[in-house]
Write a protein that binds this ligand. Structure first.
Ligand code: ADP
Ligand code: MG
Length: 328
């Protein structure tokens, strides 16, 4: 695994700190891109590694039990004959599912034209994955099964984002073993810092035993309540402890963010990133910072990989989609 590749696990063993919301919005905005913010579109794989399947439902995808999921990939025999691509929900179906979910909830409204994705692929999950923790325990190579399954498709995506369950069990270890980076959402509330030292210890252990490429990508302060002294205090503490690792962009606690999954799409798609739509604006801001960190990491390793979208457009002979890299 190349250390500069963008494989980010969104992880914190605490439940409800916006792991899924952050993973889903980041994956979507990096996939769609936003030229005016300097974010080029990219081919993105979002992996739902939580048996609750919340990342999948965020796009209105039914957690049907009869579809192949990441569970089957992890459980495959060690000869690794399963192909990740057979398990993916691609942009066309994702778009259909989002629009269907929106229509179900808003029967009298027109489907917003923004409600579509072009470059986003989802590896879904459902409750069957909850058996994986126990079943994996007795399997050979139990910590690196996801990494092995992803190896053949590493060059097919610009970025891979993994949403993890609220625990530091084998599923999360598989995510961290397959990642170069870990993004930690921290809820701006009283117990936020509790558990952070346990998380940092776990990261160190993974670095030592399974994946010495793993680094902290950043800490995102989420569910910030403006005017709350407590939120301001927690943000201050997080910045004091983690300094530059903390993203400048803070995600406020807003109904528009919480309600977006009901309308079948992440807030970055549902709403334009304007002053009025603070939820979308802030998640786009986080994506911009994330993109800058990705570029910095590539520069650190002296690499400038060609965008997968651009390569595929050239292969198809599709000049309309052969844009110049924005950062040039
Ligand atoms: P996790 O994956 O860490 O358990 P979620 O992303 O599922 O956390 O978020 C937990 C709950 O809080 C969800 O109902 C989600 O919609 C809501 N939520 C997440 N971020 C925000 C926010 N910024 N403002 C309001 N509600 C939020
Ligand atoms: Mg979650």
């Amino acid at each position: 695994m190349d250390p500069y590749k963008t494989i980010i696990s969104c992880t914190n063993q605490k439940g409800g700190c916006a792991k899924t919301t952050t993973a889903v919005n980041l994956a979507t905005s990096l996939a769609e891109g936003n030229p005016s913010m300097g974010i080029p579109p990219a081919k993105v794989l979002l992996i739902d590694l939580d048996p609750q399947g919340n990342a999948s439902t965020s796009f209105g995808v039914d957690k049907r039990l009869d579809v192949p999921t990441v569970y089957d990939l992890l459980m495959q025999p060690s000869d690794g004959t399963l192909n990740v691509h057979d398990y993916l929900i691609g942009p066309d179906i994702l778009t259909d599912e989002m629009q269907r979910a929106f229509k179900n909830m808003n029967q009298d409204s027109r489907i917003p034209p923004r409600l579509k994705v072009e470059n986003l692929y989802l590896l879904p999950s459902n409750i069957r994955l909850s058996g994986a923790e126990i079943e994996l325990a007795t399997k050979l190579g139990r910590e690196t099964r996801l990494r092995e399954a992803l190896a053949p498709v590493m060059d097919d995506f610009d970025h891979i984002i993994i949403d993890t369950p609220p625990s530091l069990g084998l599923l999360t270890i598989n995510a961290l073993a397959a990642s170069n980076w870990i993004l930690v959402p921290v809820q701006a509330e009283y117990y936020a810092l509790e558990g952070m030292s346990q998380l940092m210890n776990s990261i160190r252990l993974i670095q030592k035993r399974v994946n010495n490429h793993l680094k902290l990508f950043g800490i995102a302060v989420t569910m910030y309540t403006p005017q709350s002294k407590l939120s301001a205090f927690v943000e201050g503490e997080v910045r004091k402890h983690f300094g530059e690792d903390v993203f400048q962009t803070v995600i406020p606690r807003l109904m528009s963010i919480a309600e977006a999954p009901k309308d079948g799409a992440p807030v970055v798609l549902l709403k334009k990133p304007t002053k009025r739509n603070k939820g979308s604006k802030q998640y786009w801001g986080l994506a911009k910072e994330a993109h800058q960190r990705i570029l910095a990491r590539r520069a650190e390793y002296g690499v400038n990989p060609e965008s997968v979208l651009r390569r595929e457009a050239i292969e198809r002979g599709d000049p309309e989609h052969i844009w110049d890299d924005i950062e040039d």
